[in-house]
Design a protein around this ligand. Structure first.
Ligand code: SF4
Length: 591
């Protein structure tokens, strides 16, 4: 199993054929984020648009997947419909372990199928199957039908899209095994433009555990560290929604399209309230003893008056913030009802919620009316939001199709840019201050997980832009190493560089273990080069006025500080992209 090269399955949907390609570079790009960008450099077409059939859709895992707990993410890379530049999105579920047991380090999908299709792969098979009857079906029906069509248990993972992906929405997600997602930056639309409705990965192979004598003990130590710390209570018990009450308390929760940062009404949608009223059970990605996935339920009247349908819906801090706090929907079942509709149509809940928060304020200000939104949007009206989400996913009219390309694109046409809550993409659920705003606005994935800007805002007192930018760059480098290993970032407190090196050594990656510092630097630079090569201009990123109008527990926003952070971070990004441009290895084709 330990290989110096990567074993990659490349599938061309135009021909329906695939081949195994051996790619060099394990010791310089590791896997996950590093492998994904390495493959994009090889197969991607930086100058051509995101929906060019030749563009690759990449899924990559890491060297420790299957060996250690929480090495459970898959990195998905593509040219994004949101900004037509290089993008990464991370998802879990069973995807990573299924790829491992299919004996693959990565899957690359190129071309476009002539008719709606799905791909089924395993350790010894590849099938491209026409599924025109699934086109237009929602995510739930698609999942049910794919599970019936492709039998398999254990390490089987199903990736699928809904109508939003078929319609080319830049908010379209790729759903993974029902409760996880490649959520952001429109990966679902990339599948849609390839006529690809689903991917079934059957981890039907097996491999001998060829680790060292130290491996079993090390595994036990890591497992104990992950389950004996406060991680379990933090992520398992109440889960990430614990942030709702905490951020509300310190006036750092984006509420009502970021018109407020605290509100007593939030008491109806705190993590504690969800756990008390709506939590059905916990679930976990394959290979994870923590189990942070919280699954609640929605109940619908079914045909006769006293019969009900129950559906299970997963929730986290981010979806609750986006369709709860941002829309002033203050009841946990109403929030789950909106998430349920977004899931069905295959939309990223965060982007959809933040976009509708803008549309609601635009309606209040008279910029929009039902002529555009079809249904009257009013803060707190969850029934209206369920209908609006359906329209957004289905692209019912010109307004919803444009909004589905990004809030700023809609604001350019209709007005209201000042109060669009966009930081590179629709904002994440933290109104902590200037450092977070600069970090999400300029960060590679425009994700709150690119670096810990939100925690810097809360912990640091001074306003030194150089110090803050230095933190963002170094923190990003550490996270890039973890996402190249495909570690869940919730385990970042456990997987130190030293522990990662021990883990790598114990399964035979000694050379890689000795060079993690230079390797993570290399990957960080490589990713920025890919982003810049596809057209990114960090110095041109704008942060809407709304972000300067708020007051947090730390006080009012400082426009000069934010401008300086933006300026210095953009320069740092340019510097990273310009460094070591010769450093990435060339791929070589094998059998
Ligand atoms: S902590 Fe949660 S997201 Fe991370 S691997 Fe475990 S179940 Fe998946």
């Amino acid at each position: 199993m330990i290989r110096d090269h990567f074993r990659v399955l490349v599938v061309d949907l135009s021909t329906g054929r695939g081949s195994i390609v051996n790619i060099e570079g394990r010791d310089s790009v590791v896997g996950g984020s590093g492998l994904a960008v390495h493959l994009f450099m090889k197969y991607g077409k930086p100058d051509r648009p995101w929906n060019d059939p030749g563009q690759p859709l990449i899924f990559a895992i890491g060297p420790l997947t299957g060996y250690f707990p929480l090495m459970s993410k898959t990195v998905c890379a593509f040219k994004s419909p949101y900004h037509d530049q290089y993008a990464e999105s991370h998802g879990g579920g069973r995807s990573a372990l299924s790829l491992r047991f299919a004996d693959l380090d990565a899957l690359v999908v190129t071309g476009k199928a002539a008719r709606p299709s799905c791909i089924a792969i395993g350790s010894r098979h590849l099938e491209v199957k026409e599924v025109h009857y699934l086109w237009g079906r929602d995510l739930y029906t698609t999942g049910k039908m794919l599970r019936g069509m492709f039998k398999g248990a254990g390490h089987r993972s199903i990736l699928r899209i809904g109508p939003a992906g078929e319609n080319g929405s830049a908010f379209a997600c790729i759903n993974v095994d029902s409760y996880r997602h490649f959520g952001r930056l429109g990966g679902g639309a990339v599948m849609g433009c390839k006529n690809l409705k689903g991917i079934v990965i059957n981890g039907d192979g097996s491999f001998a555990l060829d680790g060292s004598r130290e491996y079993p003990k090390l595994f036990q130590d890591v497992h104990t560290k992950l389950t004996d710390t406060d991680m379990m209570s933090k992520y398992h018990d109440i889960g990430t929604p614990i942030n709702m009450a905490m951020l509300n308390e310190v006036k750092m929760l984006p509420i009502r399209n970021l018109q407020r940062t605290t509100d007593p009404g939030i008491s109806g949608i705190t993590g504690e309230k969800f756990a008390e009223l709506a939590l059905l059970r916990n679930a976990a990605c394959a290979g994870c003893p923590v189990g942070c996935i919280h699954i609640g339920f929605v109940r619908e009247r079914f045909r006769k008056e006293h019969r009900f349908l129950y559906r299970q819906v997963s929730y986290d801090h981010e979806p609750i913030f986006a369709v709860g706090a941002m829309l002033s929907v203050e009841n946990c079942f109403a929030v789950l009802g909106i998430i349920d509709v977004a899931e069905k149509v295959g939309l990223d809940v965060m982007s959809a919620g933040v976009a509708l928060a803008w549309a609601t304020e635009a309606t209040e200000k008279g910029i929009l009316s039902e002529k555009e939104t079809i249904v009257r949007l009013t803060f707190g009206d969850s029934d209206a939001y369920k209908q609006a989400i359906q329209h957004l996913g289905e692209g019912t009219n010109e307004f919803y199709r444009l909004l589905g390309q990004g809030t700023l694109k809609a604001a350019e046409q209709y007005g209201g840019k000042d109060f669009a809550c966009v930081l590179g993409q629709e904002m994440a659920g933290y109104a902590t201050g200037e450092v977070f705003f600069a970090s999400q606005a300029l960060g590679l994935r425009h994700s709150h997980l690119d670096s810990g800007g939100y925690s810097y805002d809360q912990k640091e007192k001074g306003k030194d832009p150089a110090k803050a930018v230095d933190f963002l760059v170094k923190d990003e480098q550490g996270r890039v190493l973890l996402t190249s290993m495909v570690a869940c970032l919730f385990a970042r407190g456990v997987y130190s560089d030293a522990l990662l090196a021990d883990c790598l050594r114990s399964v035979g990656y000694g050379k890689l273990a000795d060079s993690l510092g230079t390797v993570s630097e290399n990957i960080q630079q490589l990713r920025w080069r890919a982003r810049i090569a596809t057209g990114y201009k960090p110095e041109e990123v704008e942060i809407p006025k709304r972000f300067l109008e708020i007051t947090t527990g730390k006080g009012a926003m400082d426009a000069t500080y934010l401008a300086s952070l933006k300026d210095q971070y953009a320069k740092a990004i340019r510097g990273l992209a310009a460094t070591g441009a010769e450093g990435h290895p060339a791929g070589t084709q094998g059998k």
